[in-house]
Design a protein around this ligand. Structure first.
Ligand SMILES: *Cc1c(COP(=O)(O)O)cnc(C)c1O
Length: 488
């Protein structure tokens, strides 16, 4: 399987690249992204074959069908990361919370958010590829909370990879911050930035654009790569759990083979939803993909009106911070798939030049064959959390955005899978507030919710509060380069 570019080829790069090339150098010509030339068939024959498969066996066969240039043994090592999830035999439980409504819990990994699903095996593969080429890579990430911990966790002590993670000091939850600053490994660096997430991202961008920084990296023989969801190495692992959801409903006798289901995806950068789209395209019987967002509702607007317009929008901080996003990278891959390379380039250039674009009526109709969307306010999410807590199910604020989409967007009474992208323990202060108890920090919230709802706090979360703080550096923008170079 080769990978091609969403905005066409600039004659400088190869016209198509292997999987390992695409994950080491994820940015394609003209600022585009890499996409697979085709998808393997995951229709009824594939599903029937995997009715009894474990998650790892399903994943291994899927990756084999994909035909990527990674040896089987390397894939097996990567997939063995799922053995460290809560239940090695079932890393992604799918539970029914009410008639026809199932929750796929994607958060049972080491950092308690769904980023682990892809980053865990991806980190193992990327490090292996870097080692076999005898190359050294630096991954730099600016995080508002979930990406940082999951990136650090997957690459810790992995050879040939260094990770530097910038976070806004005071801009994350206590648990998220502790997950980063207590992470101990000599190839990891965590730096607090004096400012908000915008300042943090800006600091990272200006560093990456700095010629002197680039030449310093070159001198040290270090190449840059990215581990966010523009990297197809993450997307490939995000197709698998959608197939797993369908197989689980079959195993639980809640559907028959071929019966269609809805998926509800709480979305930001659209990696999770893109995985669902690829699964549908490859033959998984999905009626429609329901997209849920918070008040940063640019995806709702895009899907319901065909307008993508940044000019009248400002980022709003919400209680579901992993979805506080205005520029959603992965919708480019959807547009490439539906509208082709020339139109994708045109639309993305219009976005960069004018801050907006508008799809045609035909294009919008095509988009709506697969997607429908709405969004929830923080108040609505808190009400959802309280309502389901009464029924005995505790969900985090990102998952809570799904319930309005589930209630309002389904046109047929079909079984539905909702994706839960974080454990409540990561956003315990918001959950406590939703249940009517204001707290002064996560430690108090964890104890209160745990007692109130009779739920355990997992050891890796509880233990964070007793671990020594390793990364105590908080810098202003001006000192970031020096700090980075001393780490390298
Ligand atoms: C990253 C994240 C999301 C958004 O997922 P995308 O694939 O970027 O759309 C939603 N919820 C949580 C908790 C996340 O960490």
């Amino acid at each position: 399987m080769q990978f091609i570019e969403t905005r066409g080829n600039d004659q400088g790069r190869a016209k198509s690249v292997s999987f390992s090339e695409a994950i080491l150098n994820p940015s394609a010509s003209f600022g585009g992204l890499y996409v697979p030339e085709s998808l393997p068939d995951m229709g009824e024959a594939f599903l029937t074959q995997h009715l009894q498969s474990s998650y790892k066996a399903l994943a291994l066969d899927f990756l084999t069908q994909f035909g990527i240039d990674i040896e089987r043994e390397v894939l097996e090592v990567a997939l063995s990361r799922y053995d460290n999830f809560d239940d090695a035999n079932n890393p992604v439980p799918v539970v029914e919370i009410e008639e026809e409504c199932f929750v796929s819990e994607l958060y049972h990994g080491p950092t308690r958010a769904f980023k682990d699903m892809a980053l865990q095996p991806f980190g193992s593969i990327l490090s292996h590829v870097a080692q076999s080429r005898e190359e050294n890579y630096l991954i730099m990430a600016a995080t508002s909370g979930d990406t940082g911990p999951a990136t650090l966790e997957t690459f810790k002590n992995q050879a040939n990879i260094k990770v530097a993670c910038l976070y806004p000091d005071g801009g994350t939850s206590d648990v998220q911050k502790l997950q980063m600053v207590t992470e101990e490994a000599s190839n990891l660096k965590v730096i607090g930035v004096d400012g908000n997430f915008d300042d943090t991202q800006h600091t990272l961008k200006s560093l990456l654009a700095s010629d002197s920084f680039k030449s310093e990296l070159k001198e040290r023989g270090i190449k840059l790569t990215a581990a966010n969801s523009v990297n197809f190495g993450r997307i490939i692992f995000q197709i698998i759990y959608h197939i797993h959801s369908y197989l689980e409903l079959l195993r639980q006798d809640r559907i028959t083979m071929g019966e269609k289901i809805y998926l509800v995806v709480p979305s930001g950068n659209f990696g999770n939803a893109l995985g669902a789209y690829y699964a549908k395209k490859a033959g998984l019987p999905i009626e429609k993909i329901l997209i849920a967002s918070n008040v940063n509702n640019i995806l709702t607007e895009w899907i319901m009106t065909g307008a993508y317009d940044l000019t009248n929008k400002e980022l709003i901080l919400t209680e579901s911070p992993a979805m506080d996003i205005l520029k959603s990278s992965n919708i480019e891959r959807i547009m490439y798939d539906k509208f082709g390379v020339n139109r994708t380039k045109e639309l993305m250039e219009s976005l960069e030049r004018e801050g907006r674009y508008q799809l045609t009526t035909t294009e919008l109709a095509s988009l709506q064959e697969d997607f429908v969307a709405n969004f929830s306010t923080d108040t609505e999410c808190e009400a959802v959390i309280a309502q389901y807590a009464k029924k005995g199910y505790i969900m985090d604020p990102h998952t809570a955005t799904c319930m309005k989409a589930y209630k309002e967007l389904r046109q047929k009474p079909l079984p539905t899978v909702i994706y839960s992208t974080a454990e409540w323990t990561k956003f315990s202060s918001t959950v406590a507030k939703a249940l009517g108890h204001e707290v002064s920090g996560d430690i108090e919230a964890l104890e209160w919710v745990s007692k109130e709802s009779n739920l355990p706090v997992p050891a890796m979360v509880k233990g964070l509060f007793d671990k020594p703080l390793i990364h105590t550096v908080v810098v202003d923008k001006a000192s970031i380069k020096e700090e980075m170079l001393s780490f390298l």
